[in-house]
Design a protein around this ligand. Structure first.
Ligand SMILES: Cc1cc2nc3c(=O)[nH]c(=O)nc-3n(C[C@H](O)[C@H](O)[C@H](O)COP(=O)(O)O)c2cc1C
Length: 187
């Protein structure tokens, strides 16, 4: 079974650091797994503030349809999110609210990122609640990246590759199990 994973890089800030982690995950999936992957960069879409759900749009803009299709075709998702003031960024809330069935039941792993010492863990309650409301299947393994500017280079190279790969392997293993289980139940 060939499985496809979307990595959702959610910081749209100039000079962002969390995108480094998205690049790392892309390299990891390409080099160390049989999964295919797609790095979806919300900075490239630059969506306006949410107004209405895709399913209620009479004339959906092409970028919205393009984004929705990339989420739809993924068997699983890895969300890379920075912590902003103890929560997750508006750019991520925008796309959680935008889509419906594309999210429902989708196996999803969370990667939280900060320049501080706690790795963005404080955003989890708010993000988990929103994803639960959307019916997203969030796997329990998580990856918190603290001091991201020291932990990953601009091209996504980890300072400590052995530890980064070990933590990623645990998260990806759970994601794969959930993706395979879901695909089997749909057969
Ligand atoms: C508006 C804003 C709020 C932030 N709030 C927090 C915070 O509450 N806790 C924290 O550890 N880092 C915080 N940071 C720093 C981010 O962790 C840092 O920018 C990190 O690189 C991840 O975000 P980025 O991908 O946008 O760079 C904040 C950054 C911004 C721009």
């Amino acid at each position: 079974m060939s499985l496809h994973v979307a990595i959702l890089s959610t910081s749209i800030r100039p000079g962002r650091n969390s995108h480094r982690v998205g690049l790392y995950f892309k390299h990891y999936l390409e080099e160390q797994t049989h999964l295919s992957c797609d790095l979806i960069d919300l900075q490239a879409y630059n969506f306006p503030i949410f107004e209405e759900r895709l399913r209620h749009m009479e004339h959906p803009p092409e970028p919205v349809l393009h984004f929705a299709e990339r989420v739809r075709r993924a068997a699983g998702i890895l969300v890379i999110t920075p912590e902003y003031n103890g929560g997750y960024p508006a750019s991520l809330k925008n796309v959680i609210d935008l889509l419906s069935d594309e999210w429902k039941g989708k196996p999803t792993g969370l990667v939280t990122v900060s320049t501080g010492p706690y790795g963005g863990a404080l955003l989890l309650p708010s993000l988990l609640f929103s994803l639960w409301k959307k019916g997203v299947w969030v796997v329990t393994s998580r990856y918190h990246v603290s001091k991201v500017h020291e932990a990953f280079g601009p091209d996504g190279t980890p300072a400590d590759a052995a530890t980064a790969d070990q933590r990623t392997q645990a998260l990806v293993a759970q994601l794969v199990w959930s993706m395979e289980a879901r695909e089997k139940m749909r057969e």
